[in-house]
Design a protein around this ligand. Structure first.
Ligand SMILES: [Zn+2]
Length: 321
């Protein structure tokens, strides 16, 4: 039926073909405008700022003491919560837990606080990726109730959490799973905050996918970045996550990496492991001569080095989402 074919051909050329071309053009355009994972990681990690990390460490150091048993411990937690709120995290909250502790022959029973904020996952909101670091500290010599600068241990890890939260908010990052930014309380008294959260992540339903811990990540006396490395500490159930972190480390930071698990029970990642979750602990692993002394100050930290470890945490979170 040649007559009908002619009409069909004309219709096809005039109406259907332009529609198909338009559709194809739009598809290609959308795909090319959507940043790939690699591009997204570069965008986010390039926004991690050493000046911002330094400012946060100095801000925490200027609080006088962040010793968990000191009277100001709620004020410190409130200040961190306020920082999350000011970044635009309206879900910022404090999660309280009770500790019983005898310290220098005095028995304490008091409430302590983990402080968190989160970005809800768009595909798997009940699946939690946690990035954390403790904000409390102690000194051995001296009066911890009066002055504890705690810059490397662990204002640096708290600053990491705040900085990743800042850049993800600024870039409007939309993860597949929920990302929880958390500053843990009372770590120095026995990992109390992380024990509490890992056993019962109050305020969150769902399951923890993995946890990334940042503790003492700014001690690197060597100015030559060619010799910098990070210790990626893992656990029996997180070898594969460490392997992924090593690839990310090589691709997106200037750090070499190694694995020495000597201290894997001595920070906030450990309770996540004992509760059955995959966890990694990023640690500068340089013997810090100032640990738990009044000399653990920002002036003794290397914030360019710290930035590289924060990039590693951030890049891994984006890569897994
Ligand atoms: Zn610490």
């Amino acid at each position: 039926m040649p007559g009908r074919m002619k009409i069909f051909n004309r219709l096809f050329c005039l109406l259907i073909l332009p529609g198909i071309i338009l559709l194809l053009t739009n598809c290609t355009k959308d795909d090319s405008e959507k940043p790939g994972k690699e591009e997204l990681i570069v965008d986010l990690t390039e926004s991690i700022d050493s000046d911002s990390l330094e400012a946060d460490v100095k801000w925490l150091q200027a609080m006088g003491t962040r010793f968990a048993l000191a009277e100001n411990h709620k004020t410190v937690a409130d200040a961190i919560k306020k920082r999350f709120l000011l970044m635009g995290y309206r879900n910022a909250a404090s999660d309280s837990f009770l500790i019983r502790k005898t310290y220098r022959n005095v028995a304490y029973e008091q409430w302590q606080y983990n402080v968190y904020a989160f970005i809800r996952g768009v595909e798997y909101p009940d699946s939690l990726c946690i990035v954390g670091g403790h904000y409390d500290n102690a000194v051995i010599a001296g009066d911890p109730f009066a002055v504890v600068p705690g810059a490397n241990d662990n204002a640096s890890g708290t600053a990491a959490v705040l900085e990743i939260a800042r850049v993800m908010k600024k870039m409007n990052f939309r993860p597949k799973s929920t990302i929880v930014f958390i500053a843990f309380g009372a770590e120095e008294l026995g990992l109390w905050g992380s024990h509490d959260f890992a056993a019962d992540p109050e305020g969150f339903s769902g399951k923890i996918r993995f946890m990334l811990n940042n503790d003492m990540i700014a001690c690197e006396p060597d100015e030559d970045s060619a010799s910098w490395y990070v210790n990626i500490i893992d656990y029996e159930n997180s070898h594969s996550l460490r392997a992924e972190a090593e690839i990310i480390c090589s691709r997106f930071t200037s750090l070499a990496f190694r694995n020495d698990n000597t201290y894997n029970k001595q920070s906030d990642s450990y309770p996540f492991f004992t509760n059955g979750y995959k966890a990694l602990f990023f640690f500068s692993d340089v013997v810090d001569p100032n640990i738990h002394t009044l000399n653990d100050v920002a002036a003794n930290c290397n914030f360019e080095y710290c930035r590289e470890i924060v990039k590693l945490s951030c890049a891994l979170l984006v890569d897994k989402n």
